[in-house]
Design a protein around this ligand. Structure first.
Ligand SMILES: [Zn+2]
Length: 629
C-alpha cells in the first residue's frame, strides 16, 4: 500500500492533523485537548509530536495520524490517507499512481468496466425480459442507474464487442475475460461464448466504486441456475466486499448508522425507500475487514438479515464479532413480510413502519439471550446451570464489560437462580479466562470435577457452575521466539516504542500478554521519568498479570537496560529486522494451521481452499525472504 505517502504523513507533526479538528494547547512538553471520543471536560487527550501519537487517558483511545482521522471522520484507511494528505498539503495522487503500477489489475478493471458498460447499455434499451423483471420488482429508474443494474443479452454480444476493439489489445482482453469467467470456451467446438446470457446483472462494486464482479439472476422460465455469480479471483474476494457500500458510505456517516441486510435486491430496495445507509453481505458471511470498516464508521449497527435458521446463525456470529469490538448491534425483523421489499410495499408497514422498528430495535444479544431461556423455566438446577453456561459463552465477546455482567445477573434472575451477583460474575470471569488465549497450542482441557447437582442451597449452586463451565486453562500458549526477542528489545530500549514501525510490528504479534505489555509500555513511556522506569516496569511485570515467560524475559531485559546504548540508525535497523522476523514466524505459524485444517477438511472445496492458502503463504514467504522490506 502506498508506502511513500504513508511515510510522508507519519513524518509530519501529528498535532497538525489533530489540531485541524480540535483545539490543542501546550501543557508541559506536550499538547493537550478535549478528547472528541468521549464526553470530555478535562482535557484528557495528549498529543505527542515526537512520537507521532495521540492518546486519551480517560477513554483510552489512541493511535497515529491515520487512526485519529479514521476515528474522528469515520473514514476507512484509504480515505483517511487522502484526508491526511489534504490537510498536510501532500500530493495525494501517490495513491492513484500506486494502483496503476499493477498492469494485470488495470487490465482486469478495464475488461470488467467494458462488460459493465455493455450490460447497462443493453438494459437501457429495455429488452422485454429486463422490463418484466423491473416491473415485477418495482425497481425505479434511479435505482437502476445508481446500482448500474444491467442486462446480459443471449447472443454472445460480449464476445462480439471484443472483436471490435483494436487488434493489438484484443487478445489480452479476451484472455482476461476468460480468466474472469465472463467468457467460457465450449468443450464441444472450442469456441468462446458469453458466460452470462439472458440475465439481469448486478455489478458488484468494491468500496471505492470499481466493478469487481457480477451477480446475475435468471429471467427466463426454467432457466437454471437461478443465480450465477463471479467466482473468487485475483480481483474479486466475495467475502471482503459489502454490497452497496460505495453508495452507502456517506449516508452511514451522516446518519451514524448502518443497516446490514442479505442479498443485492434487499440492498437496492432499502436504498429505493430511502434507507441509503444499507449494505449487504455477499452470502451470509461478513469478513473481519468489512466488520471493522463498519464498526469504525458507526456504533449503530442494525442486523436485518433473513430471520430463518441460517440467517439467525449468520447474525449470531456477525453479532459476536461486533461485540468483540465493543459494539452491540440491534436487530430488526421484517416479519410477517418475507423480505424488506415486501415489508416496504405493504400498507400499514412500509417506510414508516420500518423507521419505527429501527427506533425500537432491541439489541441482538438480548434477542439471543431470550431465545436461550427455556419456557417454562426448567426445574432442575442442572439444566439452569447449563443455560447459564451458554449465556456466558454468548456474552464472552464483551469480556467483563458492564454490558455483559449486567446481563449475566439479569439472566440468572430470570432463571430463578439465587446465586449472589458477585459469585455469578466471578464464574463468568472464569469462563472468560478459559477462552482467553488463542488455541495456538491445543492441550486437552482438564477434566471437570464431579457434578454435585440437585442441591438447591446457594453455596453449592456456584460450585456446580464451576464444574459445568470449562475450567480455567492456567497455561498460556507459549511465546514465539520472535515475540520474546521483541519484548526483550522493547524493554531494554524503550526509546523504540516511539518508532512508527511499532504498530506494524504489533500487528504480527498474537500472544496476548506480549501485546498487552507492549501497549502498556507505550502508554507509560509517554508519562514517566527515565529514573522511574525500572521500578515501575518491575512492579507491573512481576505482578500476577503475567506468566513466567514474560517474567523471564523482563529479568533479562532489565539487566541489560542502559548497558547497551544504541544509536538511532541501529534502532531503526533493529526494528526493521524484527518486523521481518515476526512476519516470517507468523506466516510459518499460519502455514502450520492451514496444513492442519486441510487434513481435517470434510469437503473437496475445503481441501482446495486450504491448498490455495498454503500456496499463497509459500509465495509470501518466498517474497519476504527475497525482498525483506
Ligand atoms: Zn477520550
Amino acid at each position: 500500500m502506498s508506502g511513500q505517502l504513508r511515510d510522508l504523513i507519519k513524518q509530519s507533526p501529528i498535532s497538525m492533523i489533530v489540531g485541524h479538528f480540535i483545539p490543542l494547547k501546550r501543557s508541559g512538553s506536550g499538547l493537550v485537548g478535549l478528547c472528541p471520543f468521549h464526553a470530555d471536560s478535562k482535557p484528557s487527550m495528549t498529543v505527542n509530536d515526537k512520537l507521532g501519537l495521540f492518546r486519551c487517558w480517560a477513554c483510552n483511545t489512541g493511535g497515529d495520524h491515520l487512526e485519529f482521522v479514521k476515528l474522528y471522520r469515520k473514514l476507512d484507511f484509504i480515505e483517511s490517507m487522502r484526508e491526511c494528505a489534504k490537510i498536510l498539503g501532500l500530493p495525494e495522487d501517490e495513491l492513484n499512481r500506486e494502483r496503476k503500477k499493477n498492469p494485470r489489475l488495470e487490465l482486469a478493471f478495464r475488461v470488467l468496466n467494458f462488460a459493465n458498460r455493455l450490460y447497462t447499455h443493453v438494459a437501457a434499451q429495455n429488452p422485454m425480459h429486463f422490463q418484466k423483471f423491473v416491473e415485477k420488482r418495482g425497481l425505479s429508474t434511479e435505482s437502476i442507474t445508481e446500482f448500474q443494474i444491467g442486462y446480459a443479452p443471449g447472443n454472445n454480444q460480449l464476445m462480439l464487442q471484443f472483436d471490435k476493439i483494436p487488434e493489438a489489445q484484443q487478445d489480452e482482453a479476451k484472455q482476461m475475460a476468460r480468466e474472469l469467467n465472463l467468457v467460457k470456451v465450449s468443450e464441444n467446438h472450442g469456441r468462446p461464448y458469453d458466460f452470462y446470457r439472458d440475465r439481469v446483472v448486478f455489478p458488484i462494486h468494491d468500496h471505492s466504486g470499481q466493478v469487481r464482479g457480477f451477480s446475475c439472476r435468471s429471467v427466463l422460465p426454467d432457466q437454471n441456475p437461478k443465480f450465477l455469480n463471479s467466482s473468487d479471483s485475483f480481483v474479486f474476494h466475495k467475502a471482503s466486499i459489502l454490497f452497496g457500500y460505495f453508495l452507502a458510505k456517506n449516508a452511514i456517516r451522516q446518519s451514524d448508522m448502518a443497516i446490514l441486510v442479505e442479498g443485492n435486491m434487499d440492498v437496492v430496495m432499502m436504498h429505493q425507500y430511502g434507507f441509503k445507509n444499507t449494505v449487504g453481505t455477499m452470502g451470509i458471511a461478513l469478513s473481519e475487514s468489512s466488520q471493522k470498516l463498519l464498526a469504525n464508521m458507526t456504533k449503530n449497527i442494525i442486523l436485518a438479515m433473513d430471520s430463518d435458521t441460517a440467517g439467525m446463525k449468520a447474525m449470531t456470529s456477525i453479532n459476536a464479532a461486533f461485540m468483540a469490538q465493543g459494539v452491540l448491534p440491534r436487530y430488526v425483523s421484517f416479519e410477517p413480510a418475507k423480505d424488506p421489499d415486501e415489508f416496504l410495499r405493504q400498507p400499514g408497514l412500509g417506510r414508516l413502519g420500518l423507521l419505527e422498528r429501527i427506533e425500537k430495535a432491541p439489541r441482538f444479544i438480548d434477542v439471543l439471550l431470550e431465545k436461550m431461556l427455556p419456557v417454562p423455566i426448567p426445574e432442575t438446577i442442572d439444566r439452569k446451570l447449563q443455560v447459564m453456561k451458554e449465556v456466558f459463552e454468548a456474552l464472552s465477546p464483551l469480556k467483563d464489560h458492564l454490558e455483559a455482567t449486567e446481563r449475566v445477573i439479569a439472566t440468572a434472575k430470570a432463571l430463578q437462580l439465587r446465586t449472589d451477583d458477585s459469585s455469578l460474575i466471578e464464574q463468568y470471569k472464569q469462563t472468560l479466562k478459559a477462552q482467553e488465549y488463542p488455541k495456538r497450542d491445543v492441550r486437552p482441557a482438564p477434566q471437570a470435577t464431579e457434578n454435585k447437582a440437585d442441591d438447591a442451597s446457594e453455596s453449592t449452586e456456584i460450585q456446580v457452575i464451576a464444574s459445568v463451565a470449562p475450567l480455567a486453562q492456567t497455561e498460556t500458549a507459549p511465546m514465539l521466539a520472535s515475540e520474546k526477542l521483541l519484548l526483550k528489545t522493547l524493554m531494554t530500549h524503550p526509546e523504540c516504542l516511539a518508532l512508527p514501525q511499532l504498530h506494524e510490528i504489533l500487528a504480527y504479534t498474537s500472544h496476548p500478554e506480549v501485546k498487552e505489555l507492549i501497549l502498556w509500555l507505550g502508554k507509560i513511556y509517554l508519562e514517566i521519568d527515565e529514573q522511574e522506569y525500572v521500578s515501575i516496569l518491575s512492579d507491573e511485570v512481576f505482578s500476577e498479570k503475567f506468566g513466567h515467560e514474560v517474567k523471564n524475559v523482563a529479568a533479562e531485559a532489565l539487566e541489560l537496560y542502559k548497558l547497551e546504548p544504541l544509536n538511532d540508525k541501529v534502532i531503526a535497523r533493529l526494528m526493521q529486522d524484527m518486523k521481518v522476523r515476526m512476519q516470517l514466524e507468523q506466516l510459518k505459524q499460519k502455514r502450520r494451521e492451514c496444513t492442519e485444517r486441510q487434513k481435517q477438511s470434510q469437503t473437496q472445496e475445503e481441501v482446495v481452499f486450504y491448498m490455495q492458502e498454503i500456496t499463497r503463504i509459500d509465495r509470501e514467504l518466498q517474497e519476504l525472504k527475497k525482498n525483506p522490506v
